[in-house]
Design a protein around this ligand. Structure first.
Ligand code: CUA
Length: 177
C-alpha cells in the first residue's frame, strides 16, 4: 500500500517495455493459431461432435420419446423399457431428476439420430467408457448423429450436479451386433 504518492506524478505514461511487447505479440499470435486450430480439429480431430441444438417443449419431447418407446420396446429391465429402434431412425433419451430414460439398444455400424433433452434442469450427458460429453439444457434438445462401432454396454453418467440424487442418475445404452 502506498502511503506516499509516487515520485513521478504522471507515472503511467511510460513506453511499454520490449519484453512485454514481445510477450503480447507472441500471445496474440498463439491465440490466432489456436482459433484456426479449433476449426481444423473439428474436422480432423476425433473429439469434437458436430451436434445440433433445437428449441423444444418438455411436452413435445416427452410425446416423441413415448411414441418411440411404445413402438419399439423389446423388454424391461429394472422398471425401465429397453427400446430397440430401427437403424437410421430418430432415437430419444430423456434426462430428468434423476434418470436417463429409457434404455436404448442400438445396432453396431448403423447410424442413428440421438435426441437428448432435459425435462427439468441442467444435466450432463457423459457416455462411458467413450469420451462423449454434452450439456443437456432444459428447453433445448441436443441432436447427435452417431454410428456405434463397438458392441457392448455403455453407461450414461450425469456429470452436471443436479441435486440430491445426482450420483444415482445413470442410464444405459446397449450396442448389439
Ligand atoms: Cu443429472 Cu446430475
Amino acid at each position: 500500500m502506498a502511503l506516499t504518492p509516487p515520485s513521478q506524478r504522471i507515472w503511467w505514461r511510460e513506453p511499454v517495455a520490449r519484453v512485454e511487447l514481445i510477450w503480447i505479440t507472441v500471445a496474440f499470435l498463439w491465440g490466432l493459431v489456436m482459433f484456426f486450430m479449433m476449426i481444423y480439429w473439428h474436422g480432423a480431430g476425433k473429439q469434437n461432435l458436430s451436434n445440433e441444438a433445437y428449441r423444444i417443449t418438455a411436452e413435445g419431447f416427452t410425446e416423441r420419446t413415448n411414441a418411440m418407446v411404445e413402438q419399439h420396446t423389446v423388454r424391461e429391465e429394472a422398471g425401465y423399457p429397453v427400446v430397440h429402434p430401427p437403424p437410421g431412425s430418430d432415437v430419444y433419451m430423456i434426462a430428468r431428476l434423476w434418470q436417463w430414460w429409457p434404455i436404448l439398444e442400438l445396432e453396431k455400424d448403423q447410424s442413428y439420430r440421438l435426441h437428448l433433452a432435459s425435462l427439468d434442469w441442467q444435466h450432463g450427458f457423459s457416455l462411458q467408457p467413450t469420451n462423449i460429453n454434452l450439456q443437456i439444457q432444459p428447453g433445448y434438445e441436443m441432436v447427435v448423429t452417431l454410428t456405434p462401432d463397438k458392441a457392448g454396454e455403455y453407461s450414461v453418467v450425469c456429470n452436471e450436479f443436479c441435486g440430491i440424487g445426482h450420483h444415482t442418475m445413470i442410464g444405459k445404452i446397449y450396442v448389439v451386433e
